[in-house]
Write a protein that binds this ligand. Structure first.
Ligand code: FPP
Length: 236
């Protein structure tokens, strides 16, 4: 029987440090991304046992287009290949995959991989895996505002009906509960335009570990520390 993991934590991850991991080993930067994808595989498999029911990972930002074309092409190719190879395993693990970001700015090949994985896993009831691809937090809020305005103009809703909950449904993460935890690996302490609306009350974890060295044990350690923190949401 599939395990329905609806009560766990939502963990968002900024996977940083792939390039440094590779360069430190005398390898091309893309070797770090390849290893980083293998780590995603391990974390997805281990997340439910660590108490996580939703995982949102930052795979490619709207700013990442500024990288050399070869590296950009490799990351997007890696996404397509990974989706192809892991699809049966993700289904067997009952993982529901959604992609968040501006998919219209991606190639037909990448859009095809997105449609395939989303439709194949749409009915799964295990871990929610949200992959941010061509994602920017400000772009997401702008897109939501435009969609809401379009609904107003079309008479489907009106401005007085908009509250935080209603606005959230226009965001790419939709009804997913807000992340409890955001982790950034790679010794940097920035949010980098990730989930600007959704991270309002998330607990922040900045770890020195480079993403290719991140393990399920690292994730479990973060969850353990999270459980010692008191979340007050502005109260006392
Ligand atoms: C940041 O490290 C990492 C990225 C921009 C790419 C992340 C992509 C993956 C882990 C693989 C693809 C994902 C899936 C879902 C299969 P960096 O290159 O900025 O590292 P640096 O700071 O050391 O240069």
């Amino acid at each position: 029987m599939p395990v329905t993991t609806t009560e766990g934590l939502h963990v968002a991850i900024i996977m940083d440090g792939n390039g440094r991991w590779a360069v430190a080993r005398g390898l091309p930067r893309i070797a770090g991304h390849k290893r980083g994808a293998d780590v995603v595989h391990d974390i997805v498999a281990g997340a439910p046992a660590a108490g996580v029911s939703a995982l949102t990972i930052f795979a490619f930002s709207t700013e990442n287009w500024r990288r050399p074309k070869k590296e950009v092409d490799y990351i997007l190719h890696l996404f397509v290949k990974t989706v192809e190879v892991w699809m049966p395993e993700l289904v067997a693990q009952h993982v529901r995959v959604r992609i968040i970001g501006d998919r219209m700015g991606l190639s037909a090949r990448v859009q095809g991989a997105i449609s395939a994985i989303e439709s194949r896993t749409a009915q799964e009831c295990g871990l929610h895996l949200n992959v941010a691809l061509n994602y920017g937090g400000r772009a997401e809020i702008l897109f939501a505002a435009q969609s809401f305005a379009a609904d107003c103009v079309a008479g489907r809703t009106q401005s007085a009906a908009l509250d935080e909950q209603a606005f959230q449904r226009y965001l790419w993460l939709g009804d997913e509960k807000a992340p409890d935890i955001v982790v950034r690996t790679g010794a940097e302490q920035r949010i980098s335009n990730f989930l600007l609306w959704e991270l309002a009350y998330a607990e922040l974890f900045f770890v020195d570990t480079l993403w290719p060295d991140f393990t399920v044990a690292t994730l479990s350690g973060i969850v353990d520390e999270y459980r010692t923190r008191r979340r007050r949401f502005g109260g006392l």
